[in-house]
Write a protein that binds this ligand. Sequence first.
Ligand SMILES: CC(=O)N[C@H]1[C@@H](OP(=O)(O)OP(=O)(O)OC[C@H]2O[C@@H](n3ccc(=O)[nH]c3=O)[C@H](O)[C@@H]2O)O[C@H](CO)[C@@H](O)[C@@H]1O
Ligand SMILES: C=C(OP(=O)(O)O)C(=O)O
Length: 417
Amino acid sequence: MKFRIHGPTQLKGNVTISGAKNAILPILFASLLTKEPVEIQNVPNLSDVESAINLLEHLGVKVECNGSVFVDASVISNYHAPYEMVKTIRASFWVLGPLLARFGQGVVSLPGGCEIGSRPVDLHISGLQKLGAIINLEKGYVNATVNGRLRGAYIFIDQPSFGATVNIMNAATLATGTTIIENAAREPEIVDTANFLNTLGAKITGAGTCKITIEGVERLSGGVYRILPDRIETGTYLVAAAVSRGSVVCHGTCPDNLNAVLHKLREAGAHIETGEDWISLDMRGRRPKAVSVRTAPYPGFPTDMQAQFCLLNLVAEGVGIVTETIFENRFMHIPELSRMGAKAQIERNSVICRGVQSLFGVPVMATDLRASASLVLAGCVAEGVTEVDRIYHIDRGYYHIEKKLRGMGANIERIGS
Ligand SMILES: CC(=O)N[C@H]1[C@@H](OP(=O)(O)OP(=O)(O)OC[C@H]2O[C@@H](n3ccc(=O)[nH]c3=O)[C@H](O)[C@@H]2O)O[C@H](CO)[C@@H](O)[C@@H]1O
Ligand SMILES: C=C(OP(=O)(O)O)C(=O)O
């Protein structure tokens, strides 16, 4: 499958934002913590969600998708997440905490590295060990058990890892006593996961700050929960308008979760207004100005918006430096954008972007989710035809990107089988 894009187009229009990928995935796995039925609303139709559901079904969970996603984890027949499934979706490592907490056992493949870096899971493992888990690494698998229930503990995470915070917080909901996670990640999706669990009767406070307190409960109930909007999808469509000198209104989003991104877009010359659940951006026909960004844990500038801002700088007026501090190999879009005429120079974990007036269309290869998004947006502003190959990466995290971009006037079609 490829996207074929004819450009350039000044993108203008309205986009409705879907539920957040990085919230639905931890929440789906957290549903394992209760034997009562759970209904999750506003679930984005993404291949990552499909992969997560496949893994839950492999464990014996009943899942029904019918507008909402209904999860019934009353009975589990399997505690084993095989490599074949974990490698397709790294987030599946989040089954470990819930399996241990509710069933006292879990065997999960080590996820290994991926396109953007080595992505270790040592902080997940040491956190679960502090909760009393006995963990052995055997032939690429994490084999974890606990005698009785997990036990609440004080856990200082060496760096504010999103993934480790989720795994430890979820596991601690069913532990005996109180767990404190210090130096916790603060992403809105952590807050969403905590809110979901609290809806089911968990006692989590402090999510969204660097100190999360979890008072363990014996069991969780069922419930209904609505996923928060995707802030990275929102940011991507805002950049789509910015790089094409166009305008967009993103509906059904949460402006408060995008402060760092909106700040940089304003610095780039965008006129931005926000309401309770919408954001509008208007370039008034002007070319963006280059901005320097440095990725950092939330509320800093998100690593998941880094590729899109590289593109912004590469078509902007001036020179911008983009520094990636979270993942060591997240510049795979740069060689592809250079083939489209961009002027970029990678120096260690920074890329110096010298804006050019226009890019030209060529065949390019998507390498990871956000890199793919930057290539698709580049295709929309480039002169001529761009073909973006390997778009399964983009389907992991963007629901119907071609339809949403067509709604903004893009000439983009999905081709091939
Ligand atoms: C800090 C950050 O921006 N995290 C992003 C990252 O979360 P994700 O959970 O993928 O990554 P982490 O937040 O866990 O990683 C942050 C840093 O900690 C390191 N690390 C992590 C776990 C561990 O056990 N050991 C270890 O050394 C990682 O290599 C990385 O350098 O991707 C998610 C999905 O795109 C985003 O929603 C998160 O905002
Ligand atoms: C890197 C991302 O996701 P994942 O952690 O699921 O690979 C992302 O959402 O940009």
